[in-house]
Write a protein that binds this ligand. Structure first.
Ligand code: AMP
Length: 366
């Protein structure tokens, strides 16, 4: 073990649950600090190409989880939808950062909303839905239009249905799979923004500048920084993220996605929180003094945080599905930084890579 009083030292091993591109970029950042990575996932993925050790096992396989936790100095995750029991098993054998409480709160949309509103931070109006009569009651309470979302396992718009006047509640309930849900009032937002921030073991907090995000088919398409909102609102957004992180005694990088309201009502509304590095923070690899991946590694190792300072005006674009066919053109573009995740097949909706462009502050876009 390369661990001193809760601190991982160079030469140590970080265990990561999940084998996707986030794990891959965390592993690359860890390598820069002389740390090794052990990935635990149910199947091979982009992170396997760059990890020293890999375990393929189910998240329910307690013997495999125990062996994994014993072999590493700290456990973190790039994928939050692991069973709650998984974290409970791991925490007996190694520090788990962020801790099991953050995971439990953020992987269930109802717990997450209750937690956020409990801090006095605005969210969309919402109600729990456990069955079809419950959906009808929730519709009466929340009003239309509304979004029905599964409480668990939703991402990139999966497990969601928009309900309008003409929508048949029964059809919506079937469409989400008749599983526990929440119904949220539709927020007529002007812009979607996110705060990507980190908190260290000793409670230091560092946020990147606010990100403005646009989606295509519910999948993040582009992030622009600065987000073009007033300094007052940007500060408010960052304060909300700080309060969320402190209330959870959070360790690591987290992302808080928010809606910037267009009409009367609260100006900033929290949509969801991700207890991990986030797609809207990918620009920090070239665009900030410390990348979100290096920052997460620093946090979970018990190290001091790096400076989140931004180095220019940012455009980050995801390469989704066949967008990856443009890789030659992007390589020819001066100053464009291309990242490919090594996925063999470019299926529609699949995140294949991203490209970041950092412009001098005040300069014009390409
Ligand atoms: P989510 O999976 O909760 O991040 O939702 C995916 C996307 O659906 C968001 O980024 C929004 O564009 C949209 N969306 C989700 N919930 C709402 C809502 N309550 N009001 C308006 N748009 C929403």
């Amino acid at each position: 073990m390369t661990r001193e009083a809760g601190m991982v030292t160079p030469g140590g091993t970080i265990g990561i649950l999940g084998a996707g591109q986030l794990g891959r970029m965390l592993a690359l950042a860890a390598a820069e600090f002389g740390l090794r990575i052990h990935i635990f996932a149910p199947e091979s993925g982009p992170a396997f190409d760059v990890a020293a050790t890999t375990t393929i096992a189910a998240y329910e396989d307690e013997a495999a989880l125990e062996a994994f936790a014993r072999a590493v100095d700290v456990v973190t995750y790039e994928f939050e939808n692991v069973p709650g029991r998984t974290a409970d098993v791991l925490v007996r054998h190694a520090p788990v950062r962020p801790g099991p409480r953050a995971l439990a709160v953020m992987q269930d949309r109802l717990h997450e909303k209750d937690f956020v509103t409990g801090l006095g931070i605005p969210t969309a109006r919402y109600a729990a839905v456990d069955d079809l009569p419950g959906l009808r009651q929730a519709l009466a309470a929340v009003g239309l239009p509304a979004v029905l979302k599964t409480r668990r396992f939703g991402y990139d718009g999966k497990g969601q249905v928009l309900l309008r006047d003409a929508t048949d509640p029964e059809a919506a309930w079937r469409a989400v799979g008749a599983v526990p849900c929440i119904l949220e009032g539709f927020v007529p937002f002007e812009r979607e923004v996110s705060v990507v921030a980190a908190r260290s073991v000793d409670g230091a907090f560092a946020a990147y500048d606010l990100c403005a995000n646009t989606h295509r088919d519910h999948i993040l398409h582009r992030t622009l920084v600065p987000a073009g909102v007033s300094p007052r609102l940007e500060q408010q957004a960052i304060e909300m993220a700080r309060r969320i992180a402190e209330a959870l005694d959070y360790v690591g990088v987290l992302a808080v996605e928010m809606f910037l309201g267009a009409e009367s009502g609260p100006e900033l509304v929290v949509n969801e929180i991700a207890p991990r590095v986030h797609n809207s923070g990918h620009w920090t690899i070239e665009g900030a003094r410390t990348s979100q991946f290096a920052q997460h590694i620093r946090s979970v190792c018990g190290w001091p945080l790096g400076l989140p300072e931004r180095l220019g005006r940012i455009e980050m674009e995801n390469l989704i599905g066949s967008d990856i066919d443009g890789w030659r053109r992007i390589l020819q573009e001066p100053g464009a930084s291309l990242h490919l995740y090594g996925k063999r097949q470019a299926r529609p909706g699949r995140k294949m890579g991203h490209v970041t462009r950092v412009f001098p502050e005040g300069g014009t876009a390409s």
